[in-house]
Design a protein around this ligand. Structure first.
Ligand code: GCU
Length: 849
């Protein structure tokens, strides 16, 4: 057996070597993301036969060094050709990498005219003294690196590079990412393992992943990264910590990524030994100046700092009755001599609002606080504005603050980490959502003033501005947990570079780079990505009510009421009669008036508010008829059922790619999609039942509350399992489940199958918490048909919507009278809890195993 195996491997290896292996032979972890550089098929590779055989970099900086080594690596990988390195301009065709000034020094006639600047670049075939050179140039070295990545991307996607002349110019100078990493190595709202930067209170000894991350960021044009949580630990500014930060800057530098950190405004007091952190105090100003100077001594290309203050318990200028402008100024003045920037976050709000007062509205906070300060911020301050007025919900209108600052720099803050959009366990491709935001016309001038133009500084002629995204990659090999979630990081980078790109183009580009150029693969993956945000929205947050998740905890599973009757202000105000926040000027909180008149007018009226944002702006009865012709309540029911069905179809779409993509990623994606399809049903049932209970209005299609083939665990014959009430009740079927609590060591729940003989699939809905690894076995007439361990890392320590998980058993042959038993063995705090079983006949001709 072993010999056969070795022989098999040898043959397989030889096939691979000869390039004859199956296209999906190589197992992949996802660590290479969209920079795989796999060998192109022969025909595709032929297209690049005339690409020069040597490369010369005009200069020896670390960034140019990366550009050159990346090019060599990519060409070797994709075209199996070694690029010869030259030290000076050769007299034969070569790829030339260099800045415009270096090119002009080498040969003054090289470029006739230059129509790019900053990080913009040119890829062109240029004739000089009868020799055709392939030139990658920019006014910055970073731009040269970006040009190399663009060239390699073209090759990977099979696009021609002959007789090429392509100029690319990024829309805005600021294209950043934030990481919310804590110094102890955990990541706030991170869903893919531990921090790549920190561990146990220090910067990691091994920063290989941080360097790899910088390379990935550079490949999509990202030029800055703030590495620690916006809820910043003041310790990051201690003298002893600064050299550790310098080590991160060192691994970023070759990729043109500038280091930034989040700082806590109380640092002068907490770690500086002052008795105040009042921004108007001269000693405080002196402290920041000295601290910033110390940083620049160690990190000369330090980018600046991010500030979260007076928000969610963070201290800030309000302590001394000062404004955000006062606070920003004291740090900005310290940074200005070095060219550093302050990103002051507009995410400032009171989370102790009185929910009884209908005029209170968290959505108004950012505009109320920052609009009166317009013009009071220094030129090296950027106000970092979340795209919506609440907090990265599955659907929100655009923040009115974008048109509320004409004399202040702005950046838009997006979220790649899917905090409210499925936490990388659900597929949710976000560029279509971001595009809606970026293209939204704020009506802030005579001509169109889309958000993308405002943040790029074009509309109000600001010197700085751009894009920031919270990413939160982690130590998981595939960076974000879900292999397909990397499309969001890629898409963010592409849009920050060029917000005019369309989502379909981005999805296809990413699919090609990440899974190869097979048209069926590209089309299927792109279609899945493009459908995924509407699908997620339809079963989690209908009609602009916000993500109906547990806002007081994980922000993951359903928790419809968690937003109500507390000070956090994410209210949807559902009661027995209706739902929605009245934000109109006429009868509500007056939020709509923060928009420019044409936008305010649209949202003020029920008639012109689009259905998908209805409940964000208006409180309506459940019987209100939408533009679609449906009532609000029926739309809630229908969208949740349609969404869960569409989530199930994603599984089938992916299954059509079996054998077309490498098995490792195929299986990893399949597991997540199967999970999502199960969890979408948890969402569907929780939300529909909650609204059915509160409205008392039945589903026209009689689905809500009726589940064919479902057998509640509490209705089974129980041995040692005990029923209990799940809180909140809508997160378990019938509000109840059964648990195997100590002293029981093993419990069972059994029932008799009373359907017709045939092949079935059986779903076991159980609760997988993070505080134990229970074991489950399913037996049919005493034969074990499945067993598993509940060891997922879900964000839950009790049974409920976060932990509810489906186990699907396929191809079960059942006969009437079969005795079906589920055994649970608890572990730690996890009591092998069970919710229900559902049995469905497999359709005729089903190919499932
Ligand atoms: C959200 C998130 C917090 C985060 C905050 C912020 O509220 O849940 O974890 O700190 O946003 O953006 O500052």
């Amino acid at each position: 057996m072993r010999r056969f195996h070795l022989l098999h491997m040898a043959v397989y290896g030889a096939l691979l070597f000869l390039g004859l292996g199956a296209k999906c032979a190589r197992a992949e972890t996802g660590a290479d993301a969209w920079l795989r550089y796999l060998p192109l098929e022969k025909n595709a590779a032929r297209k690049y036969a005339r690409l020069p055989a040597s490369v010369v970099a005009l200069g020896d900086s670390p960034v140019l060094g990366s550009a050159k080594s990346e090019l060599i690596r990519g060409i070797r990988g994709m075209l199996a050709r070694p690029l010869r390195e030259e030290n000076s301009l050769p007299h034969e065709s070569a790829i030339i990498l260099g800045t415009v000034s270096a090119l002009q020094t080498a040969a003054p006639t090289f470029l006739e005219h230059v129509d790019f600047h900053g990080d913009g670049f040119l890829l062109a075939t240029v004739q000089l003294h009868g020799v055709a050179y392939f030139v990658v140039t920019s006014t910055s070295e970073r731009g040269v690196l970006y040009g190399v990545f663009a060239l390699l991307s073209r090759i990977a996607r099979g696009e021609s590079v002959s007789a090429l002349r392509e100029t690319q110019q990024p829309e805005a100078p600021i294209r950043w990412v934030d990481q919310w990493d804590n110094l102890d190595g955990r990541i706030e709202r991170g869903y893919a393992g531990a921090s790549i930067f920190f561990e146990n209170g220090n910067v990691r000894a091994d920063l290989t992943r941080a360097a790899d991350y910088a390379r990935l960021l550079a490949s999509v044009g990202i030029n800055g990264c703030a590495i620690n949580n916006v809820n910043a630990n003041p310790h990051v500014l201690e003298d002893s910590f600064l050299p550790q930060l310098a080590r991160v800057a060192d691994v970023f530098r070759p990729w043109g990524v500038q280091l930034s950190i989040s700082v806590d405004l109380s640092s002068p007091k907490v770690i500086g030994g002052l008795d105040t952190f009042d921004p108007a105090d001269p000693n405080v100003a002196e402290w920041w100046k000295k601290k910033v100077n110390d940083i620049y001594r160690l990190i000369p290309d330090f980018a600046g700092v991010v500030v979260k203050a007076d928000s969610e318990g963070r201290l800030g200028p309000a302590t001394y009755a000062r404004t955000p402008a006062d606070a920003a100024k004291v740090i900005a003045r310290a940074l200005a001599p070095h060219g550093g920037i302050v990103f002051y976050r507009a995410f400032v709000y009171n989370h102790h609002l009185d929910w009884r007062d209908p005029t209170n509205d968290r959505a108004k906070a950012a505009y109320d606080i920052f609009n009166p300060l317009d013009g009071k911020f220094d030129d090296n301050v950027i106000i970092q504005i979340k795209h919506g007025p609440i907090d990265f919900q599955v659907r929100e209108p655009v923040s009115p603050l974008f048109s509320g600052l004409e004399k202040t720099n702005e950046a838009i803050e997006l979220q790649v980490t899917q905090e409210y959009t499925g936490q990388q366990r659900h597929l949710c491709f976000l560029p279509p959502m971001w595009k809606e935001v970026l293209d939204f016309d704020m009506h802030a001038g005579e001509r169109r003033t889309p958000v993308k133009d405002i943040v790029a500084g074009k509309t109000f002629h600001r010197p700085f501005g751009g894009f920031v995204a919270v990413v939160n990659v982690g130590m998981d090999a595939n960076w974000l947990g879900h292999p397909l979630a990397m499309a969001n990081l890629y898409g963010y980078g592409r849009l920050a570079w060029n917000p005019d790109l369309d989502s379909t183009a981005i999805a296809e580009e990413w699919a090609r780079l990440s899974f190869g150029n097979d048209p069926a693969v590209v089309q299927t993956i792109a279609a899945m990505l493009l459908a995924s945000w509407p699908i997620y929205e339809s079963y989690t947050g209908p009609l602009g009510a916000g993500t109906l998740t547990d806002i007081l905890g994980s922000h993951f599973g359903p928790g419809v009421e968690s937003s109500e009757r507390n000070g956090w202000g994410q209210w949807h105000r559902a009661d027995h009669h209706g739902i929605g926040m009245d934000r109109t000027a006429a009868t509500g909180s007056g939020y709509v008036d923060q928009y420019r008149a044409p936008v305010a007018k649209m949202y003020e009226s029920l008639d012109s508010t689009p259905d998908e944002l209805l409940l964000f702006f208006h409180h309506v009865p459940y019987t209100h008829v939408l533009h679609s012709g449906k009532t609000v309540i029926q739309q809630i029911y229908d969208s949740h059922y349609a969404g869960a069905e569409a989530a199930a179809r994603l599984v089938q779409q992916w299954e059509s790619l079996k054998g077309q993509v490498d098995e490792e990623r195929y299986q990893a994606v399949l597991r997540r999609l199967e999970y999502q399809a199960g969890h979408a049903i948890v969402w569907r049932d929780a939300v529909c039942n909650w609204f059915f209970q509160i409205s008392g209005i039945v589903d026209q299609h009689r689905r809500v509350g009726h589940y064919s083939g479902r057998i509640e665990a509490e209705a089974m014959y129980l041995e040692d399992y005990l029923p209990f009430e799940v809180v909140p009740r809508e997160t378990a079927s019938g509000g109840k489940a059964v648990e195997c609590a100590p002293p029981a060591e093993k419990c069972s729940a059994a029932f008799r199958f009373d359907g017709a003989a045939g092949r079935y699939e059986m779903d076991v809905e159980y609760f997988d918490q993070s505080n134990g690894k229970s074991k489950f076995r399913v037996l049919v007439s005493d034969q074990v048909v499945d067993e598993w361990i509940a060891d997922d890392r879900l964000p839950a320590t009790k049974p409920g919507g976060d932990s509810s998980t489906r186990r699907r058993i396929f191809g079960l042959v059942l006969r009437p009278g079969d005795h079906i038993r589920i055994e649970g063995v608890p572990d730690g705090e996890e009591h092998a809890a069970l919710d229900y079983v559902e049995i469905h006949a497999l359709p005729e001709g089903s190919t499932r195993p």
